[in-house]
Write a protein that binds this ligand. Structure first.
Ligand SMILES: Cc1cc2nc3c(=O)[nH]c(=O)nc-3n(C[C@H](O)[C@H](O)[C@H](O)COP(=O)(O)OP(=O)(O)OC[C@H]3O[C@@H](n4cnc5c(N)ncnc54)[C@H](O)[C@@H]3O)c2cc1C
Length: 426
């Protein structure tokens, strides 16, 4: 999470929103005194656009409207309705295989593929359904059908809630962007958190661990009763190699294709489209240069000065990793050209900034579940070592925070054992 003010605009380099309700994240936000800073996605962002045949189409979100709309062909909609009659499979499979088998190819190509690109910068042919959409696989496993399972749950829990009552999902952020959250955490931990310090290695000692920390040109070893590695898998792999090459190798196997973010600020009158949506996503079959774009200034207040709009484009990921490594100017050109074609951007933006994430989001494939099992088993061989991160929890920040809180509880329990019992556990 990193937010930056650029000439009255607010750019998000990483995550743009937290999906709420998310009890762990919301409690953390409240404890940090950030509730007054919270903003939720504006009602003006009423559409989710997908690209089909080169133009933007609003996706009807209510199931009946979706089935009555011509977003999918009649054949595809009939195929969709046959889902309850498809035989259930209990083993894991790719997202593409699952959706094709249960709902048909057109839903995969024009709805699920762009969604997977937007949520995970991922490729549905590679990702495990059990890892990225566990609820859907769970419905098939429990109820024999996704649609059947949803209908049953609606009957059990009441249609009101299913229609979007108290449990409705909302996108949230802060006035000054999501960077507010790590800034507030580091303020609360002032004197105990060391920014700009890079951990290079972890070693085991009889009475705990040693951690090698680099700050500028200086590297020093520091001791610790327990170590929590709250890093992306590839970064965790690098620092754990010395401690346990088996854990390091398992973590290093998780692929993180690169992804680039381009922030564009325009005068409002330069864009023809009303930007009445969260944004637009593109399916792979449309062969576009962006995975999608968020209409940042429609979603949240304070993202653009008066009379201006802000857009955030995402490029690369598992679909087109080579695009995410282009030079900044090329990324900016690519994003501008997509804005011109899809949204009618008539003149150049007034603010333009590209950022490349060399390693983007983890891509849990079919081997992810067994690999996590292996990592957890190895972690438990090292008393006092704790791993947490989006490769365990799923990439949503709300899930990361929940998993971090659970990890914090495990660490507290471990430290409460005291030095003598800790040595016995080790
Ligand atoms: C472009 C993009 C857009 C996203 N959009 C959303 C979104 O809208 N909503 C959402 O919920 N999620 C989103 N995500 C996913 C979400 O941001 C991540 O899953 C989440 O931030 C992971 O949290 P984390 O704390 O585990 O890891 P990170 O946020 O990656 O934090 C790890 C930290 O460790 C530091 N670090 C790395 N190596 C070392 C080292 N050796 N020593 C010391 N420190 C180190 C890093 O600098 C970093 O600060 C997005 C991700 C990306 C890349």
């Amino acid at each position: 999470m990193r937010s930056e003010q650029i000439g009255g605009f607010l750019m998000e380099y990483g995550a743009n929103s937290i999906v709420t309700p998310a009890p762990g994240a919301e409690t953390l936000v409240a404890q940090l005194g950030l509730d007054p800073e919270r903003v939720t996605c504006s009602a003006a962002a009423r559409w989710r656009y997908l690209v089909r045949d080169g133009r933007m189409r609003g996706l009807p979100l209510q199931p009946c409207r979706f089935l009555l709309s011509d977003f999918l062909s009649l054949g595809a909609r009939l195929r969709l309705m046959a889902e309850p009659f498809v035989a259930a499979r209990h083993d894991d499979e790719t997202v593409a295989h699952f959706v094709r088998r249960r709902f048909g190819t057109e839903l995969l190509d024009y709805v699920v593929d762009p969604l997977v690109g937007g949520l995970f910068a991922g490729d549905p042919e590679q990702l495990s359904i059990a890892a990225v959409f566990p609820q859907l696989k769970g419905l098939e496993r429990r109820a024999g059908s996704v649609i059947g399972g949803i209908m049953r749950s609606r009957l059990q829990h009441g249609a009101g809630r299913a229609r979007g009552g108290p449990g409705q999902r909302v996108l949230s952020s802060f006035r000054q962007g999501l960077g507010t959250l790590p800034r507030a955490i580091s303020r609360q931990l002032a004197g105990r958190v060391f920014l700009g310090h890079r951990v290079e290695a972890v070693q085991r000692r009889a009475d705990g661990h040693r951690v090698k920390v680099r700050h500028g040109g200086d590297a020093r070893w520091t001791t610790a009763d327990s170590v929590v590695v709250a890093l992306p898998a590839y970064a965790a792999a690098a620092i754990l190699y010395e401690l346990d090459p088996r854990i390091a190798r398992a973590l290093a196997e998780i692929s993180h294709p690169p992804v680039a973010v381009v922030f564009l600020g325009y005068r409002a009158r330069s864009i023809v489209h009303p930007l009445d949506a969260v944004g637009v996503l593109t399916p792979a079959t449309e062969r576009r240069g962006v995975l999608g774009m968020l209409f940042s200034s429609t979603m949240f207040p304070g993202r653009a000065p008066l009379g201006h709009v802000a857009l955030t484009a995402f490029i690369g990921g598992a679909r087109q990793p080579q695009l995410a490594t282009l030079e900044s100017e090329e990324l900016e050109q690519l994003a501008q050209s997509e804005v011109r074609q899809l949204l009618g951007g008539r003149v150049a933006p007034v603010v333009l900034r590209a950022h490349r994430w060399r390693y983007g989001l983890p891509q849990p494939g079919l081997d992810h579940g067994p690999r996590l099992g292996r990592i957890t088993a190895l972690e438990s061989e090292h008393a006092g070592l704790f791993l947490t991160g989006n490769y365990f929890s799923g990439v949503s920040t709300a899930a990361c925070i929940q998993q971090a809180l659970d990890t914090a509880r495990r660490i507290r329990e471990y430290l409460a054992l005291g030095p003598v019992r800790r040595r016995l556990v080790a």
